[in-house]
Design a protein around this ligand. Structure first.
Ligand SMILES: Nc1ncnc2c1ncn2[C@@H]1O[C@H](COP(=O)(O)OP(=O)(O)OP(=O)(O)O)[C@@H](O)[C@H]1O
Length: 464
């Protein structure tokens, strides 16, 4: 595409991504432009994008209205709206949401939900409630289940958006009379528990969900909520045994270490003394007390109906994992074999065995050898130190993942699923790609991207 003198364009810029400019000279091989900052740049046609010089300064609420639907046009429009506190924008049937990083209660109150009730998508300003309303209407009108997909990078606001979708769905499809705790309440009440075991501090988010979540809101034939279920998948298991500064392991480990008497009972003390926690030097999260969070987690367990015996078993398992991580090995006398490194490592082996309630010799043999099956019978092979460490870490990850699945199962029992439900609206909270170097949204401080598309299989697609 050639640009004539005087044409309004966008030109690529290292610090601002794109900058408004005007063509001042154009030849077959190059184009010279003058940016709005008065800088002259000579570039090629491919590095320029056409710009609508007469565009609305407030931006447009649906980006299909843009004369040029190109990357700088989209980013600029979103930036304009964001500066006016308009965090939602459509692109046709897609809704983009930018993380406001501040509470906007007026956007999410009952009055707002009433406004969106019964409205077609696009009738009112772009809003996450409009997406929820569209899914509910589609379910009732087409008599088919719906799905809403929320995706985006870490910290974009997926979890918050999921909660808002649930808030709206419980508003329009309130549970049948007699039950005072709404499904949303019940799902939300289980959140501290899921967060303690499935969330961790990452570079982008102090409380990042390290698992995917699919919340199913179940409805009867009249459109009233009849149950709910949470399905989780892809828990980041590697985090249990490996972390880098300034990230942290799962919150529950720090909470247990700060739990006072319980920590003493399991011979836990400062997180700095545990290999699975001290690979990163970040132990605290600003403004969050681990000991208070521990109490909240215990309370959430009570609400979900986890018995005291089971609670005890959960924390015992967590403590066992921490002790397991401190078992170190050194080379044994035989070739490629390993032994427990020293007295300290031996103490942690004993503790791990006691807490897992297994024989210490069985645990030792499991960690330092493997059994292979041959036609002549089974043979036990010794493991070198590296293999023993890998086995130790694999055990820790597997136990933790099983514990997490067990918790989710119990949460579901507490929320109450309806096996005979007529329809469902599924909300899938899924993390998107994280490409820090190339993600241009970052330059605009855009944090979330929410989209809605109605596809032929009644899937509402939300991407953050
Ligand atoms: N609509 C919103 N209104 C106010 N604050 C928000 C909103 N969305 C997100 N935030 C803020 O951004 C933070 C991060 O959001 P959230 O935890 O939902 O991100 P996420 O995309 O789920 O991240 P991760 O993938 O790491 O779990 C929240 O703790 C909240 O402070």
């Amino acid at each position: 595409m050639g640009f004539r003198k005087g044409t309004a364009v966008w030109v690529e810029d290292k610090s601002n991504v794109w900058v408004e400019a005007e063509v001042i000279q154009s030849t077959d091989k190059s184009v010279s432009v003058l940016t709005k900052y008065g800088k002259k740049i000579t570039t090629t046609n491919e590095k320029l994008m056409p710009r609508d010089a007469d565009g609305d300064h407030g931006g447009v609420d649906d980006m299909t209205k843009l004369i040029y639907l190109n990357e700088p046009g989209v980013l600029f429009n979103l930036a304009q709206r964001y500066s006016l506190n308009e965090i939602y924008t459509y692109t046709g049937s897609i809704l983009i949401a930018l993380n406001p990083f501040t509470n906007l209660p007026h956007l999410y109150n009952t009055h707002m939900m009433e406004q969106y009730k019964g409205m077609q998508l696009g009738e009112l300003s772009p809003h996450v409630f409009a997406i929820a309303e569209a899914s509910y209407r589609a379910m009732m009108h087409d008599r088919r289940s719906q799905s809403v997909l929320v995706s985006g990078e870490s910290g974009a606001g997926k979890t918050e958006t999921t909660k808002l979708l649930m808030q709206y769905l419980t508003f329009v499809g309130g549970r049948v009379a007699g039950d005072f705790r709404s499904v949303e309440q019940q799902v939300l009440e289980s959140n501290p528990l899921l967060e303690a075991f499935g969330n961790a501090r990452t570079v982008r988010n102090d409380n990042s969900s390290r698992f995917g979540k699919f919340v199913e809101i179940q409805f009867d034939r009249t459109g009233r909520i009849s149950g709910a279920a949470i399905r989780t998948y892809l828990l980041e298991r590697s985090r249990v045994v490996q972390i880098v500064d300034p990230e942290r392991n799962y919150h529950c480990f720090y909470q247990l270490c700060a739990s006072g008497k319980d920590a003493e009972k399991y011979k836990l003390d400062n997180p700095r003394n545990f290999h699975y926690l001290n690979q990163s030097k970040t132990y605290e999260i600003q403004g969050i007390s681990s000991s208070e969070s521990y109490l909240k987690t215990r309370r959430a367990m009570d609400i979900v109906g986890i018995t005291l015996t089971d609670q005890e078993a959960i924390f015992r398992t967590l403590a066992a994992i921490l002790h397991l991580g401190n078992i170190e090995f050194s080379p044994g006398k035989e070739h490629d074999s390993s032994i427990i490194k020293d007295e300290k490592a031996n103490f942690h082996l004993q503790m791990a065995a006691d807490l897992f309630m297994v024989d210490v010799n069985v645990l030792f043999t499991t960690l330092t050898s493997r059994t292979i099956q041959t036609p002549e019978g089974s043979i036990m092979l010794a493991l070198d130190c590296l293999a023993a460490v890998a086995g130790r870490d694999a055990l820790a990850k597997t136990v933790y993942a099983r514990l997490f699945d067990w918790l989710v199962e119990n949460i579901n029992k507490s929320i109450g699923q309806d096996p005979d439900c007529r329809f469902q609206i599924g909300v899938l909270d899924i993390y998107g790609f994280e490409c820090f170097k190339n993600n241009r949204y970052l330059h605009y401080n855009f944090a979330s991207y929410l989209s809605y598309t109605s596809t032929n299989r009644d899937m509402l697609d939300i991407r953050i």
